[in-house]
Design a binder for this molecule. Structure first.
Ligand code: C5P
Length: 293
C-alpha cells in the first residue's frame, strides 16, 4: 500500500486483493475459521484523500452513493478506533474514490480501513509502528492487517497473522466481478471443514519462484463450493471464465468475484475482451489487472 503527502493532504492508494489459495483448517470456538491463504494485492485500487479537520470531527464522502458514509463504514470505524487508541482529539475529512467492487471477495472495505490507519498515522504524525497498526487492523476485520505488510503474504489464524511472501514475477489477471455480492458470514456458515486439508506449500513455492503455469494449476479455494451452493450463478460464471482458456481460474475470498491467471498482459486483454463480448454489461464488471510489486 502506497501513500504520498502533498501540502496538508495525504493520499493513499488502497489495492484490492485476490486469494490464490484458501484452505479451511478448523472451526474455532469463537465462530471464526482457522485458515491458510495466499493473498496478493492487485493494481485495481480505491484512493483515499485525507485532510485535517480543524473542528476535530471525522467525516467521510464517497464517489459511490450506494455506500454508507456513516459510522458503520469501515473507514470511519478505523479512524475512530485509531483516535481512541492514541487519545487523539484531531479530526479528519476523508474522501474515498471507490473503484473496487463491493461484497466481491476483493477486500475493498478492508483495504480502505488499512489505508485509513496508514493515512491518519501520517496526517496526525503519530509515528505508530506497523505492528501496532496491525493490532488495530485485526479488530476491524480478518484481512485488514494484510494490507499493512506489503504486496503478497501467506496469512493464517483468522487471516490476520501475516507472513510476507515475495512474488517471483508479476502475474497478469482478469477479474470477473458480478454485480451481485456474496455475504461473507453466509459463505463461511456453509463451508465444510475438510478431513484432509489441501497443503498450500506447492503453490506458495511456485508463487515465490514466479512459476505462473504451476500457480494456475494449483489454485484452490475451499469457500468456492459453499458460495456456489448459495448462488448457482457463481458456478456458471466460473465455467464461462475457465472456458476462455487461462492458466487457471478461481473465486476470490468468499466471492462473488472470480479471477483468471493469465500468461501475460496480451493474454489478459484477450480474455477480458472475450468476457466483455459474452457478458451482459449490466450483470458483470471485467478488469484486466496485475499483481502489485
Ligand atoms: O473478520 P471479518 O469481519 O472480515 O469476517 C466476516 C465474517 O466472516 C465473520 O463474521 C465470520 O462469519 C466469517 N469469517 C470466518 N472465519 C474467518 C474470517 C471470517 O468465519 N477466518
Amino acid at each position: 500500500m502506497h501513500w504520498s503527502s502533498y501540502a496538508d493532504d495525504v493520499v493513499v492508494w488502497a489495492p484490492a486483493k485476490v486469494n490464490l489459495f484458501l484452505e479451511i483448517l478448523a472451526k474455532r470456538p469463537d465462530g471464526y475459521h482457522e485458515l491458510a491463504t495466499l493473498m496478493a494485492a492487485v493494481r485495481l485500487h480505491d484512493t483515499l484523500v485525507l485532510q485535517n479537520d480543524p473542528a476535530g470531527s471525522l467525516s467521510l464522502s464517497c464517489t459511490r452513493s450506494d455506500l454508507s458514509t456513516g459510522p458503520d463504514n469501515l473507514v470511519l470505524r478505523a479512524a475512530e478506533l485509531l483516535r481512541q487508541h492514541v487519545g487523539q482529539t484531531r479530526g479528519a475529512r476523508i474522501r474515498l474514490v471507490k473503484r473496487i467492487p463491493m461484497q466481491a471477495g476483493l477486500a475493498g472495505g478492508s483495504t480502505d480501513a488499512a489505508a485509513t490507519l496508514l493515512g491518519l498515522n501520517q496526517l496526525w504524525k503519530l509515528q505508530l509502528p506497523i505492528a501496532e497498526l496491525a493490532e488495530l487492523a485485526a479488530k476491524l476485520g480478518s484481512d485488514v492487517a494484510f494490507f499493512l505488510h506489503g504486496d503478497s503474504a501467506w496469512c493464517t489464524g483468522r487471516g490476520e497473522v501475516v507472513e510476507p511472501v515475495k512474488l517471483g514475477r508479476p502475474i497478469d489477471l482478469v477479474l470477473l466481478c458480478p454485480k451481485f455480492g456474496m455475504p461473507t458470514p453466509a459463505v463461511y456458515r456453509e463451508v465444510k471443514v475438510p478431513a484432509e486439508p489441501v497443503n498450500g506449500e506447492a503453490i506458495r513455492s511456485a508463487f515465490e519462484q514466479g512459476d505462473i503455469e504451476a500457480v494456475g494449476r494449483l489454485l484452490h479455494n475451499r469457500l468456492q463450493p459453499a458460495a456456489e451452493k448459495i448462488d448457482a450463478r457463481i458456478g456458471v460464471l466460473f465455467q464461462q471464465l475457465a472456458g476462455t482458456g487461462p492458466l487457471g481460474s478461481l473465486m476470490s475470498g468468499s466471492g462473488s468475484s472470480l479471477f483468471a491467471v493469465c500468461r501475460d498482459e496480451a493474454d489478459a486483454q484477450r480474455i477480458a475482451a472475450e468476457l466483455r463480448r459474452g457478458a451482459d454489461a449490466g450483470e458483470v464488471e471485467v478488469h484486466a489487472t496485475r499483481t502489485c510489486g
